[in-house]
Design a protein around this ligand. Structure first.
Ligand SMILES: Nc1nc2c(ncn2[C@@H]2O[C@H](COP(=O)(O)OP(=O)(O)OP(=O)(O)O)[C@@H](O)[C@H]2O)c(=O)[nH]1
Ligand SMILES: [Mg+2]
Length: 471
C-alpha cells in the first residue's frame, strides 16, 4: 500500500489541449514544495499564505544549488499560474493541498509536474488523493467509489445516482443496517455470557425478528441493483431489421448527427456501429446493424453474423419494419432471432404508400406497433418514450434514491445475507447462541467492507486501481 507520509502529485485535469490544467499536490511537504517552485508577484512564499486563498505568480525552474531568494531573474519561468493553498484539515484529503492552475497544454503541465517532482513530491497512483480522503477518515469507502462514478458518469441520471452515493445516502443505509445487527449481536452475547445463570433471558423471537428485518432490508437494497446498474453502465439497444428499412437513419436521428451512412441501396451498413446516447437521462449504448438476409457475399455474411451476436448480447432491440413493403420471409426470420419481450417493434416510412398489414402483425404478435417516419421526423418521440417505458417497466425513477450500482457492494450484501438467513433458521430450530453470534458477526463484517469499517487491503487496492490518475 502507498505511504501516507509521502507528498503526492499529479495532473488532475484531462491530458490534452484545454484552457487550463491543474497540477495538484497533497501531503506534509506540499507547502514547502510550493515555496521552491512558485514565485508570487510580491515575493511572498506560499507557506505564509492564508488557507483557502489563491495567488497569481509564476512557476519557475528549481535551482537548488543557490540559497538565494527565488526570483524571476535567477530562475527560468515555466508558466504563468494561479496557485491555491488549502491547509489541512479542511481539504479533500485532509492534508495540505496545493493546486497549481496553469495553461492547459501538455508541455506546460509536464514541465510543472517535473519541477514539483524534483522539489520532493512523488507521482500519485490512480485514485490516491481519494484513497487518502478515505484513509484520513473524510469519506467512507462507498463514497470514495462514488467519486470514481461521478468522474465517469455519462448522463445526468448516472451523475445524480453517483452524487447521491457520494453524499452518503447509500452509506447511511448500510450503516443503519450494521448498527442494527451490532445491537442484536450485543443481546446475543449477553445471552451467551449468562446462559448458565439463566438470567437476562431474552426473547428468541425478538432476535429472529431482528435478523429477518435485516434480511428484508438487504433484499430491498439488492432489488435496486437492476435500475442502479442501468443508470451506471447503460443498456445495450440493438436496431435490427431487413436491409433498407431505415435503421441507420434512425440511429442518426437518435444521435442527432449523421454518424451512419444512409443510402437508398439495400446492404449499405455492413459492420455494426456502436454509439453512446442519453435518452431522457438514461444512458444507452445504441448499435446500428447490417440488415439480416441470406447472402453469399463474404463481407455481408460477416456483418450479419455480427448482428446476430449483438442481438444475443442486447438488453433490448428495436425491430424495424418497412411500411412500404409487405411483411416477408426476411422479416419473419429476424423476428425468430428476437426475444419479443425485450423488443420494440416499429414500422418506418409511414410517409409512403402502405403495403404492410400492420393490424394483422400486431394481432399475431400481440404487441402494438407504432408507425413512424424517420425521414419526415414523424412520431419519433414515440420511440424515445417507449424505450424509457421499457427500461423502467412503468416504475417511477428517483435517481436521488440510494441505488445499488456496484458489483462489489452487491457481493458483500449477498455474503451478509448468506450468514443471516441460516442464522434465523438455526435459531428457530434451537441452535446454540454461539453459532448465531458467529453468523451475525460475519454479516456485520461484510456490511463493514462496503463502507470501509472492515478493511481488506487487497479490496482497497483493487478499488483505487480503477480510478484515473489525479483524482
Ligand atoms: N420515404 C422514407 N424513406 C426513408 C425513411 N427512413 C429512411 N428512408 C430511406 O430509406 C433508405 C435506407 O435507409 P437506411 O437508413 O440506410 O436503411 P438501413 O436499414 O440502415 O439499410 P441497410 O444498412 O442497407 O440495412 C434511405 O434512402 C433513406 O433515406 C422514411 O421514413 N421514409
Ligand atoms: Mg444501414
Amino acid at each position: 500500500m502507498s505511504d501516507l507520509r509521502d507528498t503526492i502529485t499529479a495532473v488532475s485535469t484531462p491530458i490534452g489541449e484545454g484552457g487550463i490544467g491543474i497540477v495538484r499536490l497533497s501531503g506534509k511537504k506540499a507547502l514547502s514544495i510550493a515555496d521552491k517552485v512558485f514565485v508570487s508577484k510580491d515575493g511572498r512564499r506560499p507557506s505564509v499564505f492564508k488557507t483557502h486563498t489563491i495567488r497569481y505568480g509564476h512557476v519557475v525552474g528549481v535551482k537548488r544549488s543557490t540559497n538565494r531568494k527565488l526570483s524571476l531573474k535567477n530562475t527560468g519561468v515555466i508558466d504563468e499560474v494561479l496557485l491555491s493553498v488549502m491547509r489541512a484539515p479542511a481539504t479533500y484529503t485532509r492534508e495540505d493541498i496545493i493546486e497549481i492552475n496553469c495553461h492547459g497544454g501538455i508541455v506546460a503541465l509536464r514541465r510543472i509536474l517535473e519541477e514539483v517532482l524534483k522539489a520532493g513530491a512523488r507521482l500519485a497512483e490512480p485514485g490516491e488523493f481519494t484513497k487518502r480522503a478515505f484513509l484520513n477518515g473524510r469519506i467512507d469507502l462507498a463514497q470514495a467509489e462514488a467519486v470514481c462514478d461521478v468522474v465517469k458518469a455519462k448522463t445526468e441520471a448516472s451523475l445524480k445516482v453517483a452524487v447521491g452515493q457520494l453524499e452518503g445516502g447509500f452509506s447511511v443505509e448500510i450503516e443503519k443496517l450494521r448498527e442494527g445487527l451490532l445491537e442484536l449481536l450485543r443481546d446475543v452475547e449477553v445471552q451467551i455470557d449468562f446462559q448458565e445463570e439463566n438470567i437476562a433471558d431474552i426473547d428468541k423471537d425478538v432476535i429472529i425478528e431482528g435478523i429477518e428485518k435485516s434480511c428484508n432490508k438487504i433484499n430491498s437494497i439488492l432489488e435496486t441493483q437492476g435500475l442502479g446498474m442501468i443508470l451506471k453502465e447503460g443498456l445495450m439497444c440493438v436496431i435490427c431489421g431487413k436491409p433498407n428499412t431505415g435503421k441507420s437513419s434512425l440511429m442518426n436521428a437518435l444521435l442527432r448527427r449523421n454518424r451512419a451512412i444512409v443510402t437508398h441501396m439495400p446492404g449499405t451498413t455492413r459492420d455494426a456501429i456502436e454509439e453512446s446516447i442519453s435518452i431522457k437521462g438514461i444512458p444507452l449504448r445504441i448499435v446500428d446493424t447490417a440488415g439480416i438476409v441470406k447472402t453469399n457475399n463474404l463481407v455481408e455474411k460477416k456483418g450479419i453474423e455480427k448482428t446476430k451476436s449483438y442481438l444475443k448480447k442486447a438488453d433490448m432491440a428495436i425491430f424495424m419494419l418497412d411500411q412500404s413493403r409487405p411483411f416477408d420471409k426476411k422479416d419473419a426470420n429476424i423476428m425468430k432471432e428476437l426475444a419479443l419481450d425485450k423488443a420494440l417493434v416499429v414500422s418506418n416510412k409511414s410517409d409512403l404508400k402502405q403495403k404492410l398489414n400492420l393490424k394483422a402483425i400486431e394481432k399475431k404478435i400481440g404487441i402494438k406497433i407504432p408507425s413512424i417516419s424517420v425521414l419526415k421526423k414523424r412520431n419519433l418521440n414515440v420511440i424515445e418514450d417507449a424505450l424509457v417505458k421499457k427500461i423502467w417497466g412503468g416504475k417511477v425513477m428517483h435517481p436521488e434514491a440510494a441505488f445499488l450500482t456496484n458489483i462489489r457492494h452487491k457481493n458483500e450484501l449477498n455474503s451478509a445475507l448468506k450468514h443471516l438467513r441460516p442464522a434465523a433458521r438455526a435459531l428457530k430450530n434451537g441452535s446454540s447462541w454461539e453459532f448465531i453470534a458467529l453468523d451475525i458477526r460475519e454479516a456485520i463484517f461484510h456490511l463493514g467492507l462496503i463502507i470501509g469499517k472492515s478493511i481488506d487491503i487487497d479490496v482497497l487496492d483493487r478499488i483505487f486501481e480503477n480510478f484515473c490518475i489525479g483524482k
